[in-house]
Every structure is written in C-alpha cells, then in structure tokens.
Design a protein around this ligand. Structure first.
Ligand SMILES: Nc1ncnc2c1ncn2[C@@H]1O[C@H](COP(=O)(O)OP(=O)(O)OP(=O)(O)O)[C@@H](O)[C@H]1O
Ligand SMILES: [Mg+2]
Length: 281
C-alpha cells in the first residue's frame, strides 16, 4: 500500500497552465438532467460567467467550488432563472431541462422554479407556521385539493427532510422559532413539497454548526436517490463528502470539472491545484 501511495505521489502529472481558461475534464455525463451550453452572464457591462458548458447528471450531487466572487451563485441562479429577478443581469446561451431551453420565451418561470427548487445560504422560512411553510407552495401550484392532501404533503416532505420527528407535535408554531439547522431542513422540506426534480443549494450549511451540518449532509446523500442536487460550497471537505462530481470556477470561467475524488486528489489544471492546496484564496 505504501509503495502504491509513494508511486502515486511521484506520478508526474501535466497540469493545464494557470493562464489557460479552457475547461479541462469531461463536461458530459451519460444521463444528463440538465445541459448547459455556452452560458454567459453579465451584470450591466461586467461579465460574471464566461462561456460555461456543463452537464448535470440525474441523481448526482454536483458541487461547485471556487474563490469568492468567481461566479458560483451567479451560475447556480441561472439554472432556475432566479437571475431574472436581478434587473442588471443578462444571461445568454442555452440551458436544457426536459429537452427544452429554460430561457425560451415560452417558458413560465413559476412552475420552472418549483421543478428546479432552491435552498439559500441563510435559512429563510416564511413568518408562518411550520405547517404553512410546507403547505403553501403545493396549494399555490394546485397540488392539493383537500386538507387531507395538504396534511399528507406536509408529513411526507418533513419526513424526507429529516425533520418530522422533531416538529410533528408543534406544526402550528412559527417556522422562525426553530433552530438554524431545523429552519434549513424546513426550507428543504418546503422545496421538496412541490415535487421538484432538481434542488439548487447555495452554501446551505454556512450558517450551521457541525452537528446541523452533518444532518444536512446526510440528508443530501439521501435526497440524491430521488433528486438531482447542485450545491455551492466553500468547504472542500463538504464537497468531498456529499458530491460525485465537482466543478471548479475561477473569475467567471469553469476551469475544471470531473469526478470529485479525482478533482481533489489529481486535479488537471494548475489553478485547481493551487485552490485545493490553499495557495489561492
Ligand atoms: N446583483 C449583482 N449586481 C452586480 N454584480 C454582481 C451581482 N451579484 C454578483 N455580482 C458580481 O458577479 C461576480 C460573481 O459573483 P457571485 O456572487 O456569483 O460569486 P460567488 O462565487 O458566489 O462568490 P461567494 O463565494 O462570495 O458567494 C462578482 O464579481 C460579483 O461582484
Ligand atoms: Mg455565492
């Protein structure tokens, strides 16, 4: 074993040079759920994402990493057209979901954002009861016809989010009265309640302690069986624990993408190596 490790560490890798902005690694997956091609994002005249192409596989967790300001949140928000809410923001390129381009003018963003749900960095429950936090969106989207339907969605979603046992006796109490980790799982339950296919998470654990973080990470692993998940994280340990593929961004470019294990142990680009070894902040 020692010999293998030694040989591995002595293996000469030829890294793509620091100044090369072309994506290295395989952007394709055999079973894509979303296909992004030549995506560019501008805030007024300033370009924040440059010509990014990547597939997002079914039932995979894709981690997006990179230094602050490299465009992770911007790219994540492209995936359910959340950037539409920012006036200065302009997106070009194509993002396919269910074989149609989500940027086609015929696409209605309200059902789109239910199918491709989002969980934010800071837990943001509505100032309503735990029950209403989960049942509100299914009602709006016409998924419930009766109180019994709503009860079932609330219970199933809270179960899937790993929160049911902690809240089943206080569903009528405010969601904002839960702990931070519980609030984040409530937000995940809220996203799940409308039967999404993809869940986007922007640093979902950055406001949580290690125990609450571990719960969310276990949950992500469980949710992957049913959903596709894209997670932005500043924690390389977290990316290693929860994701199967990792995408490394730098100054708006997708520098490298590949199997998480390979990206962290044998990166192919000098910038990825610099970042994961802490030489670039
Ligand atoms: N609403 C906005 N208006 C103008 N510029 C923006 C806006 N949001 C982001 N930017 C700019 O776009 C670039 C990418 O920002 P983004 O928030 O996507 O980075 P990030 O990788 O998510 O960073 P962090 O790790 O700090 O969250 C930055 O230069 C940022 O200043
Ligand atoms: Mg961000």
């Amino acid at each position: 074993m020692q010999d293998v490790l030694k040989k591995k560490s002595m293996e000469k890798r030829i890294l793509a040079p620091r100044d090369s902005r072309k994506t290295v690694g395989n952007i394709n997956v055999p079973n894509p759920r979303m296909v992004c091609r030549n995506v560019n994002v501008y805030y007024d005249d300033k370009q924040a994402i440059r010509n990014v192409s990547i597939d997002i596989g079914s039932n995979e967790v894709l981690a997006m990493i990179g230094p602050s300001g490299c465009g992770k949140s911007t790219f994540l928000r492209c995936l359910n057209r959340m950037n539409d809410t920012i006036e200065s923001c302009r997106v070009s390129g194509q993002i396919f979901f269910d074989s149609s381009n989500i940027y086609d003018s015929s696409v209605d963003v309200v059902p789109l954002r239910a199918q491709i749900g989002m969980v934010f960095q800071k837990p943001n429950p509505f100032p309503k009861s735990i029950y209403e936090n989960v049942s509100w969106a299914p009602k709006i989207h016409g998924l419930v016809e009766s109180k019994a339907d709503a009860d079932e969605i609330v219970e199933t979603s809270l179960h899937k989010a790993g929160l049911w046992d902690e809240v089943k006796d206080r569903l009528d109490q405010p969601g904002t009265g839960l702990s931070g980790g519980q609030q984040q799982r409530l937000c995940i339950a809220r996203a799940i309640a409308v039967s999404p296919e993809v869940i986007l998470m922007d640093e979902p654990c950055s406001a949580l302690d290690p125990i609450a973080t571990a719960k969310i990470e276990d949950l992500i692993d469980e949710l992957r069986k049913q959903y596709t998940i894209v997670i932005v994280t500043h924690s390389m340990q977290q990316a290693s624990r929860v994701s199967q593929r990792t995408a490394f961004f730098h100054l708006g470019d997708l520098i490298e993408v590949g199997a998480t294990g390979a990206v962290f142990t044998k990166p192919s680009h000098q910038l990825t190596e610099d970042y994961i070894t802490g030489r670039y902040g």
